[in-house]
Each structure stands twice: as structure tokens, then as C-alpha cells.
Design a binder for this molecule. Structure first.
Ligand code: AMP
Length: 283
């Protein structure tokens, strides 16, 4: 695996490759788990050259968030990426991404106001900005993003469409641990007791999917049921429970066709998010 850490080398390499080969790209913040690796496998399946990036993007973290203690393990990440036959790791330092005088930001209006955007002000501007920059560096034909971060995926899809970016976004289903907890680099913060409590998130997904399958459509009632389940153990603090339109992310009153159940909770000091589709024949 080739490791590239400057924008110039990445762009020159991408320029040479792009004419002849399909470039597949998986942007990450590192501390890789099976969810990230599944994305890499998907990129490999759809492209000739696979590029993964690791960059913990400071501008998507709020002042009170976990930037300083975000987990990092480059050696381990490199071994895992090599095992997956990743061709290139792009690992730029901060100054390469945001040199002195940097002042341009990408805002995907509207979509950033809902769900996580309500508590994480500015987060999605940080995400859209770094992804736009990475696309200009890696020049991928396809880029794979996890549905685990549903709002992020929606925002990136919108940005690519609105700015006519020449890249196809491939959504990838959420990879879960045994028991259903969505894999996340932040799961490493959880104690074993907290991990147990976190299983309630998946229980709430299953419960709502089951209710919708048996004919329940009333969002208020469904959200009430989710809240009741999540609160059934002490220490699960709900940030939001939402049932939204899959494209606009606006809250819906009823699950007519398909809707997204999205949830954010805090367990101890750890913030966890998850989501799943309701209706539309989802099993
Ligand atoms: P992150 O390193 O958290 O920024 O995530 C990098 C990419 O991996 C994003 O596209 C995430 O949506 C995706 N991802 C993270 N966790 C999972 C998971 N459990 N299943 C599928 N994709 C994931």
C-alpha cells in the first residue's frame, strides 16, 4: 500500500490514474473497524484502484466535543487496510488540508438544520467542506459512504448533485456488532455496562420496524414507543428521536411509504447515533 501525505502528490497520482482506471474512494477518520473495511471492500469491487483516507477533521468538531481524545491507531489502521488490499492511503497532516489563510466552507443549506445539526452546530459544514476538498484531491469516480451516518450521506449526495461533482456516491448499509450495536470508532469509549445499555438503540429500531410492519403509521406514537424503550434503563439520555422524510429529513406525521427512524443518545460521556428505514417493505 502506498502512503501519500501531500495534496500535490495525491493530485498528481490521481491525475495519472484517472484516465485509465476507475478510482474508488473511502474517506474515514481512522481507528478502523469492520464497518470501514466493508466500505473498502465495496470500493474495491466497483473500482480498479482503491484509495482510503484517514484525517480527523478538526473543523467538524464543536469546541466541547471529543477532537482531542478521538481514538487513533495508525499502525493498526495501516495493517487492516493492507489486508484489504487498499492501493493508496491518503493521510494528510492538518496544514496540508487547512494551510494558513484558509477561509472557504461548503454549506448544504436546509439539510443541516435537522437531526444532529440541531445540537452539532457547524458540524455538517465541516463535513461537506472536507469531503469536497478530498474529492478534489483524490478525484474518485466512486466514493462509498456508510448509511450509519444517514444525514451525512444525504448531505454529501446533495452537495455532489448541486455542485455537479463528477463522482458517484455509493451508500453502504450499517455494519453491526453481534447484538445489533452499530459499529463506531466511538464505541471504544463505552464501558461494558454502557455497551449493554447501548443495545437498547437497536432494540428500538427493531421494535419500530415491527410496529410499522403490523400497520402502525402514527409517528408520534412510534417515537413515544422508542423513547419508552430507550428510557427503560437508567443512563440512556436521549438527544433526539426522529421520524423523517428520507430525502428532505423533515419530520413526518405518519409513515406513509418510507421514513427514516433516526436516534441520538448519550450514554455516560459517549454520544451514539443510529438510524434505520421504516416501511417500504423493510424487513
Ligand atoms: P468515520 O471514520 O466515522 O468518519 O466514518 C467513515 C465512513 O465509514 C463514513 O462513510 C461512515 O458512514 C462509515 N461508517 C462508520 N461506521 C459504519 C458502520 N457501522 N457501518 C457502515 N459504515 C460505517
Amino acid at each position: 500500500m502506498r502512503v501519500i501525505d501531500t495534496v500535490k502528490e495525491m493530485q498528481e497520482t490521481a491525475d495519472k490514474l484517472r484516465g485509465e482506471k476507475r478510482i474508488g474512494f473511502v474517506p474515514t477518520m481512522g481507528f478502523l473497524h469492520e464497518g470501514h473495511l466493508a466500505l473498502v471492500r465495496k470500493a474495491r469491487e466497483l473500482a480498479d484502484v482503491t484509495v482510503a483516507s484517514i484525517f480527523v477533521n478538526p473543523i467538524q468538531f464543536g469546541p466541547t466535543e471529543d477532537l482531542a481524545k478521538y481514538p487513533r491507531d495508525l499502525d493498526r489502521d495501516m495493517k487492516l487496510l493492507e489486508q484489504e488490499k487498499t492501493d493508496i492511503l491518503f493521510y494528510p497532516p492538518y496544514d496540508e488540508m487547512y494551510p494558513k489563510g484558509y477561509t472557504t466552507y461548503v454549506q448544504v443549506r436546509g439539510l443541516e438544520d435537522y437531526l444532529c445539526g440541531q445540537t452539532r452546530k457547524g458540524h455538517f459544514v465541516g463535513v461537506a467542506t472536507v469531503v469536497a476538498k478530498l474529492f478534489n484531491m483524490v478525484k474518485p469516480h466512486i466514493a462509498v459512504f456508510g448509511q450509519k451516518d444517514y444525514q451525512q450521506l444525504t448531505i454529501i449526495e446533495r452537495m455532489v448533485k448541486d455542485l455537479n461533482m463528477d463522482v458517484r456516491i455509493i451508500p453502504y448499509p450499517t455494519v453491526r456488532e453481534e447484538g445489533g450495536l452499530a459499529m463506531s470508532s466511538r464505541n471504544t469509549y463505552l464501558s461494558s455496562a454502557e455497551r449493554q445499555k447501548a443495545l437498547l438503540i437497536y432494540a428500538s429500531i427493531k421494535r419500530l420496524q415491527e410496529l410499522v410492519k403490523t400497520g402502525e403509521t402514527d409517528s408520534l406514537l412510534l417515537k413515544e414507543e422508542a423513547r419508552r424503550l430507550l428510557a427503560s434503563e437508567n443512563g440512556v439520555n436521549i438527544e433526539y428521536v426522529s421520524i423523517s422524510d428520507p430525502e428532505t429529513l423533515e419530520e413526518v406525521d405518519s409513515v406513509k411509504d418510507r421514513a427514516v427512524y433516526a436516534v441520538a443518545v448519550r450514554i455516560g460521556k459517549t454520544r451514539l447515533i443510529d438510524n434505520a428505514m421504516l416501511g417500504g417493505g423493510v424487513t
